[in-house]
Write a protein that binds this ligand. Structure first.
Ligand code: AMP
Length: 394
């Protein structure tokens, strides 16, 4: 199989991409890059295995007027002009929601696309952008095969009880269930756990994906048993801009007593809450850690307390705890947040090695700790590329 696989991870204001050699499953991406600041001040950056790449041509001088579609078309041109030594065999996309039907990576067809369109209201922050990327590639290169890789798919191993809300059965049967997200990240961590934990990798592990979006997944045998996100990516932990777990009565109050519309509530819960809403300063943990404002401290404290409580609450689902893994922007980079979460879990016999934590070592638990604690960078792109290799071979 001589050729490249392009992975696209399209968010509301960014497009992340990576180019992998289809013939070398173990090799890291040949090129990785990002268009950030879409709609504000788009900036394109890319690097190969040697270092940053020059970006002449179609990706220079981007403006606020450029849509995701324009930018993806330019990205395809840039790749063809400067890095097209091998043919592109497939484009693999991160697609946040696969609903009940899509439980594995799937080649894109018109039917698949319209099924996924119907799921957009369940992930309004992500799904429309994921699907726009698929359409942008089709418009530019209609014959190029594309695949969708779903964040929900990893959690389909859960028992029915874990997926149910205590709602009338007809609503569950209709699909109002807990789906869970960040599955590509969890699949990657599950794939590398044996390298770091040996046989304990198949034990009782909780992975904390703490980024702008944040969730946790409790695994046994490296499969999802429970997760903190639910029907939508709003549930669970405090996030950059999302509220996480909320008494549903608050939503009724906002609508009935404050006269807010559904659209206003959606904006409030998805874009104005979380770290940003509580601090009134920023959605970024790094900004809050740099601030002396008491509101910033309060937002971090809430983030930490919810994370520790959620982690502890998942332990019964896997009957104990052998290891905790921190990943994503905050999990990989914030030693203070990791330390604060672990401090609230010391009653489990979980102890950090403060120096290893400050250095960001892979293993940050003390020798005497009853629970291993690891920091592992996630790599959703590698999971998408691997799924594309499998689809290309079948
Ligand atoms: P992600 O969505 O995985 O890119 O993660 C974004 C989050 O990671 C933001 O809240 C960032 O502020 C946070 N982050 C990135 N680097 C650091 C750092 N060095 N210290 C604290 N938080 C960080």
């Amino acid at each position: 199989m001589t050729g490249d696989i392009l992975t696209l991870n399209c968010g509301s204001s960014s497009v992340k991409f990576a180019v992998f050699d289809a013939a070398h499953p173990k090799a890291a991406a040949r090129i990785t890059g990002k268009i950030a600041g879409i709609g504000r001040a788009p900036v394109f950056t890319a690097r190969d295995t040697e270092g940053p790449l020059e970006t002449p041509g179609p990706l220079n001088e981007l403006t606020t007027a450029h849509t995701h579609e324009d930018l993806i078309a330019r990205l395809l041109d840039w790749l063809a002009q400067h890095h097209g030594d091998q043919p592109l065999l497939m484009v693999g996309h991160r697609v946040v929601h696969g609903g009940k039907s899509y439980t594995a990576p799937t080649r894109i067809t018109q039917t698949v696309l319209s099924d996924l369109d119907a799921l957009s209201p369940l992930a309004p922050l992500h799904q429309p952008h994921n699907l726009a990327a698929i359409r942008a590639v089709s418009a530019r290169q209609p014959n190029l095969p594309q695949a969708a890789c779903f964040d929900t798919a990893f959690h389909r191993t859960q028992d029915r009880t874990e997926t149910l809300f205590a709602l009338p059965r007809d609503l569950s049967d209709e699909g109002i269930i807990r789906y869970g997200f960040h599955g590509l990240s969890y699949a990657y961590i599950a794939s590398v756990l044996p390298d770091h934990l040996g046989t304990s990798a198949n034990g009782r592990v909780i992975v904390a994906h703490l980024g702008n979006g944040a969730s946790m997944c409790a695994m046994r045998q490296r499969k999802s048993v429970a997760t903190s996100m639910g029907f939508t990516a709003l549930d669970g932990l405090v996030m950059g801009r999302r509220c996480g777990t909320l008494d549903p009565g608050v939503i009724l109050y906002l609508m009935q007593s404050k006269g807010m519309t559904a659209a206003q509530v959606e904006t409030l819960l998805y874009r104005k809450s979380g770290l940003l809403g509580v601090s009134g300063i920023s959605n970024s943990m790094q900004d809050l850690e740099a601030s002396n404002a008491p509101q910033a401290r309060e937002a971090i404290d809430l983030f930490v307390a919810r994370a520790a409580r959620t982690l502890a609450g998942m332990i019964p689902a896997i009957s104990g705890l052998d290891a905790v893994v921190f990943t994503a922007g905050i999990g990989e980079n914030s030693a203070p947040v990791r330390a604060a979460i672990c401090a609230q879990l010391d009653w489990l016999g979980l102890q950090l090695d403060p120096k290893a934590n400050a250095r960001g070592d892979v293993k940050i638990s003390a020798q005497t700790s009853a629970v291993d604690v690891l920091v592992l960078p996630t790599n959703e792109e590698a999971v998408i590329a691997s799924a594309c290799r499998t689809l290309l071979a079948t």
